[in-house]
Design a protein around this ligand. Structure first.
Ligand code: NAP
Length: 259
């Protein structure tokens, strides 16, 4: 970590799932843009560790398994409460970590896989959002939560019920918390954002599924063959551009393809 307590206030951006894929790309771009970045994942990203931050920027990587999110949540609360006033000029939480359980009908799936997908994809986002809001409640700077959702929270797909449910739950808890925050002084602004289709490990998993258990596999192969996947870097830039918009929070459930 490189941190200078006497430097000018900088944006603080907390990103779950920053060890690879779009989360890692967002963390790299935030470091380039001069943010203080806290990544939360099971693994560390060597690429992030090796990346020279812009002047004043710094990085912490916290290792937590978000399938048991309370520990990460309490650590986040304690850390936020220990931050000196005036160190940051904005504070944002990006709930980006997510996973797809093995692609197969719910009737076939191991209940432990269903639980893990819901806990990482939905419960962790709710726990971290709640404790982030509690930990920054007295802060006078802009406070934002960006939940990384999916078109599959709004359109069902066979073989991925837990993923669809986690993302639909994410959209709807974001709506409910946005109502709660709207009545608070300096209430946080929240958005649940579908980021489009991205060339990451998740797409490799979708293309590698058993077509007998996952009928949509061919569609994901076609998207790949037709060059329709965004790079993680391009997707990250679009999500961060949404976070930076002056009207962030006005549309609570959004899709980058419609912004
Ligand atoms: P990815 O490459 O599979 O990366 C997933 C990230 O989540 C990793 O950093 C991983 O870190 C973290 N994660 C997974 N399980 C975790 C756990 N138990 N505890 C802590 N962290 C965990 O995914 P991605 O494609 O970049 O997706 C990022 C977000 O975009 C997800 O919310 C996904 O649902 C959404 N999305 C993706 C697409 C797409 O086409 N790829 C489309 C729509 C929405 P560790 O393994 O180190 O823990």
């Amino acid at each position: 970590m490189h941190q200078d307590a006497h430097s000018a206030p900088l944006p603080l951006t907390l990103i779950t799932g920053a060890s690879r894929g779009m989360g890692e790309a967002m963390a790299l771009q935030c470091l380039d843009a001069g943010h203080a970045v806290v990544g939360i994942s099971r693994q560390r990203s060597a690429k992030l560790d090796a990346h020279p931050p812009a002047a004043g920027a710094w990085l912490q990587q916290w290792q937590h398994d978000l399938s048991d999110p309370a520990a990460a949540g309490w650590a986040l609360l304690e850390w936020l409460q220990a931050q000196p006033a005036g160190r940051y000029r904005s504070v944002s939480l990006i709930n980006n970590a997510g996973l797809i359980a093995p692609l197969m009908p719910l009737a076939e799936i191991d209940p432990a896989d269903t639980a893990r997908a819901l806990r990482v994809g939905l419960e962790a986002a709710m726990v971290l959002t709640g404790l982030f809001l509690r930990g920054t409640a007295g802060w006078t700077v802009p406070r934002k939560v960006l939940n990384v959702s999916s078109g599959l929270g709004r359109r069902a797909m066979a073989g991925s019920a837990s993923y669809c449910a986690a993302k639909a739950g994410m959209d709807h808890f974001t709506r409910a918390v946005a109502l709660e925050e709207a009545s608070q002084p300096n209430g946080a602004r929240l958005v649940s954002l579908a980021p489009g289709v991205i060339a990451t490990d998740m797409q490799v998993q979708l293309r590698g599924a058993d077509p007998l258990l996952f009928p949509d596999r061919g569609n994901f192969i076609a998207l790949h063959e037709q060059g329709q996947l965004q790079s993680p870097e391009a997707a990250a830039a679009r999500v961060l551009a949404c976070l930076a918009r002056p009207d962030f929070g006005q549309t609570v459930v959004a899709d980058v393809r419609e912004l």
